[in-house]
Write a protein that binds this ligand. Sequence first.
Ligand code: GLU
Length: 420
Amino acid sequence: MAELKTAAPNPFAVAQAQLDAAAELLELEPAMHALLRNPLRELHVTLPVKMDDGTTKVFQGFRVQYNDARGPTKGGIRFHPDETIDTVRALAAWMTWKCAVVDIPLGGGKGGVICNPKEMSPGELERLSRAYVRQVGRILGPEMDVPAPDVYTTPQIMAWMADEYAFLQGHNEFGVITGKPLPLGGSAGRGDATARGGMYTIREAARVLGLETRGATMAIQGFGNAGQFAATLGRELLGSIIVAVSDSKGGIYKADGLNPFEVIKHKQRTGSVVGFPGAQSISNEELLELDVDILVPAALENVITARNAGNIKARISAELANGPTTPEADEILHKNGVYVIPDFLCNAGGVTVSYFEMVQNAYQYYWDEETVHERLDAKMTAAFHAVHKKAEDLHVHNRLAAYVVAVERVAEAVRLRGWV
Ligand code: GLU
């Protein structure tokens, strides 16, 4: 694992290299390219937090506002021990392309705090969340920058942050943050939106490939919010058989299919999917290389690299994680005929329903779940086909096609504003 970590590329360098390829294809003018290669603004904060034992611990946090040409910056906040400013920059860039590819009127941003929430009490997490908003709140707002959940942050954390922001403003401002619990202005359908949106793109990919999803085998790497809902919805919406899942502690495999609800219960009880009765244990590496129809990387960055891309046997790789595949691996997968649904397309369902949440907060009028699902489906399906068509027209892989679609839209807004 240590060896893997030191060899892992810098995610921001990856994001910039991906943009460079699109810029070349689009023949972007040098000033536009330079502008889109870097965040417009970033804030670094130092957060003193009182811990339960009476000591004070000082945390480091960030908020990056990558590009707001198309609207307020939007993107989640991660609480992770391995967070760095460059991961946040990369994720903020990907949010910019994500909002553009699904054509919602938002820019891209991201936040992060270096911490290990697994080792913190609820009280400590609440104080850290409030401390973050006390520092970063000055650059947040429904018209400026709107955070949401991401790795290891939850609706409860969003609720504390919305509450702290309300104290700063002197009044409620629900549109400042999304992924909130329903009683605090959350949207129906936000909880499973990332996975659900991903399932819609898999459905469309299967259509264009002539693959039957009913009875198809699916392996899911990562069993957090996105991975767990991918398992339940993969069965419910696509009729696929979930043969393997994994989390940071390891993976499990069962040829005739796992019951996702039972696996979720097991993880809630024991803290991991590992040791699930009746399943064979496998490593994360082995899971990625399984001979399945659909692979769903749903954990962290840089898991499919030049080292293992040649061993990927799946027909479709549906990236619910942000940044799971390196540029070298992309070339290998493309050459081998693996149909990649790139991250900022595949996982755009979360931010799409976040946008719906912002709209509902602004109107103070809330939609039912069915309406959310229908509108999400329409957005994801349109985005999928825009990217698929671009890939066919330009004879490039789907990630490059997704970049071309997204960058064209952002560049157009930048030009109209007269920035370049
Ligand atoms: N964190 C999610 C993402 O990476 C959702 C962001 C949002 O809803 O703003 O897309």
